[in-house]
Every structure is written in C-alpha cells, then in structure tokens.
Design a protein around this ligand. Sequence first.
Ligand code: GUN
Ligand code: ZN
Length: 438
Amino acid sequence: MTTNNSRVIRAELLSFNADPGEADNPAAQSVSHLEDGALWLENGRIRAIDDYTTLASQLPDDIEVIDHRGKLVMPGFIDSHVHYVQLEIMASYGRQLLDWLNEYTFPEECGFAQRERADAISNAFLDEMLRVGTTTAQVFCSSHPNSVDAFFHACRKRNLRMLAGKVLMDRNAPEALRDDTFGGIQDTERLISEWHGTARLGYSLTPRFAPTSTRAQLDATGGLLRNDPSLWLQTHLSENPGELDWVAELFPQSRDYLEVYEQSGLVGPRSTFAHGIHLDQGMRRRLAEHGANIAFCPSSNMFLGSGLFDRHAAGEVGLNVTYASDVGAGTDLSGLATLKAAYQVGQLRGQPLTAWQGLYSLTLGNAKALSLDDKIGRLAPGMEADFVVLDPAGSPLLSRRYSRCRTLGERLFTFMMLGDDRSVLETWAGGELLHRRT
Ligand code: GUN
Ligand code: ZN
C-alpha cells in the first residue's frame, strides 16, 4: 500500500555534496555515504534521506519499503553530449572526424526526416540510456524538426529530465540536411515555444559546428540566446586537426576557433562545447570566464583519433569539464564506460582519474555545469528522485573483484573499471522505476 506515490528504498547510499578534488581520498564533507540508508520518495521527489534505523521510526506503517541491501544507490548519471540519431551508426569504422561525418553520419541523419523512424530510435535510445543508468542527457537531434518532436515526446512519456535541440546547419552538408538560414531559426523558435520548460524538458540551441553554419545562422542563434537566457546551447569545438584547418579557412576574420562562436554571442554559462581538445590556455581561460563547459568525450576522442584531452590544463584556469559519451562516435553509452575511458586518457597524460572525481563528475559535477543542480545530481531532500541501483553481483567477474575490495574507494573504482549495463539493476526517474535488468 503506498500513499502519495510514497515509498522507501533501503540500500547503501552514495551522493556528492561538492567536488571531492583530485586527491586519492576526498575531503569528508564532499561525500554523503550511508551504509544502511533509507531514501524516502514522495510525488517524484526525495522527501528524506537518512540512516535506515533513524528514518524507520518516522515512516507511516503502511509504506512500501524496497529492500536493496547489498546494492549501491547513486544519483542518476548525466551525459552532457550525445547524438540520439547516431545510435545505429556506433562502431562504424572511422578514420578521422570529417570522413566519418561524410561517410556515415550525414547519410544516417537523412533518415530522420521520417517521423516513424525518429519515434523508433528515440525510444530505442532511451531504453539504452536507462539500461546503463543515465537519466539525463544533453542531446543532438537531426536537422529535421520532426526528430526533436519525436525525442521530446518520448522523454515526456517517461517523465525524464532531458535537454535537446534541432541541429542547425545551412552549408557544407547534404541538401536533405541543410537548413534555409532563417527557416532553421524559425523551426527552432517553434520547437522552443512547444517544448522548452514543459514537463522536465529544456531546449538546447544546437548549431552543429562552425563549418556547417554561415555567420548569419550563428548570429541568429546568438540572438535567440540573448532573448532567452534560460535556453541552453550545445555545439562542437576544436575536436580534430582537419576540422581546425577548415574553420580557419572558412572564418579568416576570427583569430581562433573559439572567437567564431564568441563573435556570434554563443559562449555563455549554459553553453556546452564538445571536445575542446586543441585549445591554448588563453582560449580555456576565455571559456572559463564565460562560465561555459567543455564536454570531455573520451571514448569518442580515442575512436576518431582526435587527441588526449588535457583535464589538468582546464582545471588550472577553472574551466568546467563535463563528461559525455558522444555516441555515435563514442563507443559506449554507459557513464561508467565513459569514466573508464577518461581514466585511460588521463593515464596517457599523467592525469589519472579517481573514482571519486569520476563519479562526482557524472552526477553533481555535470548537473552543476549544466545549471541543473537545483533539481538533479544529488540524493537530498527536495531533489527529483532520479537514481540508479548498482549491483556488485551484476557479473561474475565484477562480483569476484568486488569481494576483494577493502574500502569504498576501491569498490567505486571497481564499478568504474568493470561496470557495464549488467551492473545496473534498476534505473528510476521522477520517483518511478523505469528500467529493471532482466
Ligand atoms: N562535429 C560536428 N558534428 C559532429 C558529430 O556528429 N560528432 C562528432 N564527434 N563531432 C562532430
Ligand atoms: Zn558530438
């Protein structure tokens, strides 16, 4: 029997209150950890969180208690940059970015003119996200307004908190994907008025990247952002050497790639720039001054041979770094797999990533950088009840390794290096169970 959609999850609970830093062991106040905790859900939010024995005395007699002892509950994972329309071209033999775009990506995105295809892939994508514990993402659709309607519609049906937008591109793309410069802006305005701020959805302006937009389209996008600062913005920046040369050729008036975006007013506190590998310290500082974030996409960067992101250089100037799969160039949707790839990239740069820093980034860190931390990213009273139930017995090898761990830090690192969809027993969003491993 439940009242007001009220129930309790009893499990080990882990959540971050602040950035734990890069040290091997985090400052105690940055982490909330309850060995035998209770998470009280009510009307889609967290009503209370405490030790089970403390909270038990306050609970109504008839409340449902779901016993997940032996499992680890964390806030739902957040993916700051992913293309839902590229789900089915993952693992397409890539060479480098521009070849991969022309050979696989653009042809694939042409199919999203059809609403039925956009509906089908939206649902398949959300199933896969939930299977790996991701409850929020910032998502590129295709350039077809249809593809955005389909995606938001599918998210609203599941009551997910999601950001997404229609790709803007009015040059250097196949005709079937190309916007009429101002037609693309009008389509965007219609989508904003229909979806931005409805249910748990937000609109992210989505100029694909500098080479596929004219200055007029970038300027008009900047105009939309200026008129409504509650919008988000997502694009790509300095991913691949071939791309950098092309941008320099197309925008001779800009002193560097970032200035192309600055000149159109696209760099702000709600702007996410995917990749940002090939930047100098001055560009990183400019991004930091605007409060923008770089989406670090480690599996994608290795897949396309784009380069090794310099996390410490970003940290030195206070530039926010978010973590992202960048599927379809990314090789895995799983946030845990993204952290494993980030650890490996870090090792090659002499910048290993602790599980503390990784899991903070995947939850509260990403939420903060996307200005969503008043709603998601923590297990705390009043927050939306989006969380993942991790299962150390999810696979024989994980279970074997986990049983040897002595500390929480070791157990978290084991999840980060050996975890996958089998490690996710359940994914909850808005206080409802949306995925259970079969
Ligand atoms: N740059 C412009 N478009 C894309 C894309 O779809 N994926 C990646 N990885 N980089 C891009
Ligand atoms: Zn991308």
